[in-house]
Design a protein around this ligand. Structure first.
Ligand SMILES: Cc1cc2nc3c(=O)[nH]c(=O)nc-3n(C[C@H](O)[C@H](O)[C@H](O)COP(=O)(O)OP(=O)(O)OC[C@H]3O[C@@H](n4cnc5c(N)ncnc54)[C@H](O)[C@@H]3O)c2cc1C
Length: 405
């Protein structure tokens, strides 16, 4: 069997690529084939945004991404922006609504409608999806064509696209094997590749783990060993039996893990009362007069949290000495978290690292190393914050690859 274009991976990026490549190819009478190892397609689209699929964000800026350079990421994002994304889904029957947070969801509040729209777009464009067909090897033959193999057999293609995602949620089919396929075709990978948008862990005996179930706003600051503030995120935070989760922690995770790998003295501090700086909280304690510190803590924090912080600081009913006051200020507003690690790929929403953008021609998403090989989506060294940014990367890079094919 010889097919013109084979897209490996039918996730968000692969489907978007096929929707656009199909339209172009059909005009020339050629075919576009999608291969995916999964029995059920679109696992990540279906679980995204708690089953509602946060398709994009009303304001997509390269600053919301990490990995490749901002300029490089911007080049792709502006080729297929939020308005074009919204139009695309509208044309395929999905109206998007903007929520207060700036996130865009389908008006149906059902991820299924997003997946159905993409599948419909691929069919309409004449694309063919074959699954389960996991690809175990890709080689380029002497005539420049690709030989694609799996336990289902083999096929040849003139052009291929690697849209195999990253390593997060490996049981969904995105287990990092695509990286090996890219390496086999001459590409390098960024070092290290690590989980992003991932919950962070504390030792199970840590007092914060005993506070599981509490959700509260908090601010996280990342500090270098020379006490330079590297990153800040403030948002709702969830205390769990393993440590910390919630949007601020997930957003911070990739910056923390990258900084920690480069400098073990990096620290992540938390302010449980983000409305107050350490100085303001100190001042508020000094102004308490005869009142006990618990009254101040209670005014800003859930009761269990207030009591636990007080206990940790060693404050009892006695006088609030300077030493105890400073300890409480640190615990409440600039506490260096003794993190033990992260929850790994089974819980990470995306992967940081991948095929370097410097090895990809960003006008087309074609490899600079292996002609007729294209990339789209999370396999590239790009990861975004919570809020629909990761899908936007999949849509934009898929579009560029699709029309270029
Ligand atoms: C729980 C969760 C919630 C998320 N929520 C959101 C959200 O609301 N908004 C947002 O923007 N982002 C969200 N994300 C991130 C988003 O899902 C991903 O960034 C996006 O799906 C990446 O698309 P992709 O097509 O590049 O990769 P994937 O979606 O991972 O698709 C890759 C496809 O390739 C297939 N594949 C892999 N290897 C092979 C092989 N060797 N042979 C054949 N097929 C193969 C896989 O089966 C898979 O179908 C979420 C992620 C998770 C895990």
């Amino acid at each position: 069997m010889s097919k013109d274009v084979v897209i490996i991976g039918a996730g968000a990026a692969g489907l978007m690529t096929a929707a656009w490549a199909g339209q172009q190819k059909r005009e020339s009478g050629r075919r576009v084939i999608l291969l995916d190892g999964a029995k059920k397609l679109g696992a990540k689209i279906l679980v995204a945004g708690g089953g509602r699929c946060n398709v994009t964000h009303h304001q997509v800026d390269a600053a919301a991404f990490a990995g490749g350079s901002r300029n490089a990421i911007k080049k792709i994002l502006r080729r297929f922006d939020v308005a074009q994304t919204t139009d695309f889904f509208k044309q395929h029957g999905v109206q998007l609504k903007r929520e207060e947070t700036g996130k865009l969801f389908p008006v149906t509040d059902q991820a299924r409608t997003v997946l159905d729209a993409l599948l419909g777009a691929v069919t309409q464009a004449g694309g063919e999806i074959l699954h389960p067909r996991r690809v175990s090897a890709v080689t380029q033959e002497k005539d420049g064509r690709f030989l694609i193999q799996g336990d289902w057999g083999q096929m040849r293609a003139e052009k291929i696209v690697l849209a195999t995602g990253g390593k997060s949620i490996p049981k969904s089919g995105s287990d990092g094997y695509g990286y090996r396929l890219a390496q086999g075709l001459g590409h390098s990978l960024t070092e290290p590749i690590f989980p992003a948008l991932v919950p962070l862990t504390l030792h199970k005996d840590h007092f914060l783990c005993q506070l599981r179930g509490i959700t509260l706003p908090a601010q996280f600051d990342l500090w270098s060993s020379s006490q330079k503030r590297l990153q800040t995120f403030a948002n709702s935070t969830l205390l769990t039996h393993f440590g910390l989760s919630g949007p601020a922690v997930l957003d911070m995770s990739r910056y923390y893990l990258a900084a920690k790998a480069a400098d073990t003295q990096t620290t992540l501090t938390v302010n449980w009362i983000p409305r107050m700086t350490p100085e303001q909280f100190d001042q508020a304690l000094l102004s308490l007069g005869k009142k006990q510190p618990i009254s101040l803590l209670r005014a800003h924090l859930p009761e269990r949290m207030a009591r636990a912080l007080l206990e940790q600081s060693g404050i009892s009913d006695g006088p609030l000495t300077r030493v105890l006051r400073k300890k409480l200020v640190s615990l409440v507003t600039r506490y260096p978290l003794p993190l033990s690690g992260d929850r790994g790929y089974n819980y990470a929403e995306v992967t940081a690292g991948g095929v370097p953008l410097t090895e990809i021609n960003l006008k087309t998403m074609e490899s600079r190393i292996c002609p007729n090989l294209f990339f789209a989506g999370e396999i590239c060294n790009v990861d975004g914050r919570i809020g629909g940014f990761n899908f936007q990367w999949a849509w934009s890079s898929g579009y560029v690859a699709g029309i270029s094919l």
